[in-house]
Design a protein around this ligand. Structure first.
Ligand code: DP6
Length: 347
């Protein structure tokens, strides 16, 4: 029996992934770039037990036992990929995973969750190659492929049908530019109405703007990668806000329209523009994933002021500040998880 625990943080995309060229393998229609967040601020902690005598896969997510279609599908794909080489992964698995932030509210819990799962599976099977870990994470959720690395990360869309060239690479380690922060304003912890998966499908099928964004987005990725290497915050901020707006425009242009941002999100947009105007330069950049919660990218120096500003906006319920993180990794299994495993297996 093997018991392995891991931790992974979500990442915040500066240039977004919104649209797949292969739905099952989660192959995207463009490259994307993100900052991996700090697991001390936001994390999924996952423990897997391989080779137990369980009769079927068993999941305990945030303390609740029950099936989960998304994880079942990811495991199917992971088994298909690794099962021939590693028989132990074929047997029923026990998976215990906890998030320390609201699930499915636009903070990518699937990114950290599947990155943590990939990390744990890889480690249990002795796989050390980060590219392979990124691919395994991608099979769960596209954006998870980026949380396998720390710092500033690019997920290459790849061209191959089998997805073997679609994985994340590090653009710059945290240590080169540790000064950035993500100040997150949570205005809703509800589950989103349209999942990323079906939202993307709808946008790709029905939005004309989506094709327009696609013509520019690859260039934006190059520019953001350059801005990261030069540590040029202003360019990064400008391109980040433009791409978030562009992606949400394609969502609104879908039919029926998909609307993730709410009044509070829009108030944050206004406030950030005002803040930058008053400062006379770009000091902060908002970006929104598939949810209403605002991520404001700024420097650590500025983060306190931004947090105070966000707390003053109507509808903001909670503010979380995260620095740049180091990517998924294995950890010793927490004591309470060991006890839970013992209870489940000896029942
Ligand atoms: C808006 O990675 O959650 O956050 O691959 O279908 O699981 P699936 O989607 P997911 O989508 C994330 C979309 C986004 C943009 C991004 O993170 O790049």
């Amino acid at each position: 029996m093997r018991i392995i625990s891991s931790v992974a943080a979500p990442n915040i995309a500066l240039i977004k992934y919104w649209g797949k060229r292969d739905d099952l393998l989660k192959l995207p229609i463009n490259d994307s770039i993100s900052i991996t967040l700090d697991e001390k601020a936001l994390a999924s902690t996952t423990t897997i037990v391989l080779g137990s005598k369980l009769k079927r896969d068993t999941f305990i997510l945030n303390g609740h036992a029950g099936p989960d279609a998304h994880i079942t599908e990811a495991l199917l794909l992971i088994r298909r990929r690794l099962g021939k080489r590693h028989h132990i992964i074929r047997k029923p698995i026990l998976l215990i995973s906890d998030n320390n932030f609201p699930t499915a509210a636009g903070i990518a819990s699937s990114a950290s969750g599947f990155a943590a799962l990939a990390e744990a599976v890889a480690s249990a099977l002795g796989i050390r190659n980060r590219r392979e870990i990124s691919i395994l994470a991608r099979l769960g959720s596209g954006s998870a492929s980026r949380s396998a690395f720390g710092g500033y990360v690019r997920w290459k869309m790849g061209k191959r049908k089998d997805g073997e060239d679609s994985f994340a690479v590090q653009v710059s380690p945290r240590s080169r530019w540790p000064q950035l922060a993500d100040v997150i304003a949570i205005s809703s912890a509800e589950r989103k109405k349209v999942s990323s998966k079906s939202g993307m499908e709808r946008t790709l099928k029905t939005s004309e703007l989506c094709h327009c964004r696609q013509e520019h987005v690859q260039r934006a990725v190059e520019k953001v990668a350059g801005a990261i290497r030069r540590k040029d915050f202003r360019s990064l901020a400008y391109l980040t806000m433009r791409d978030s707006n562009a992606m949400h425009a394609t969502m609104l242009d879908s039919w029926p329209p998909i609307i993730y941002m709410n009044d509070t999100s829009r108030a944050v947009v206004e406030a950030v523009h005002q803040y930058n105007e008053k400062a006379g330069s770009l000091r902060a950049a908002y970006t929104f994933d598939a949810g209403p919660n605002a991520h404001v990218i700024t420097t650590r120096k500025e983060a306190g002021k931004i947090a105070r500003m966000l707390k003053g906006i109507r509808g903001v319920r909670k503010v979380i500040v995260s620095g740049v993180g180091e990517g998924s990794k294995t950890i010793p299994t927490p004591q309470k998880t060991k006890q839970l495993i013992a209870r489940i297996l000896h029942k």
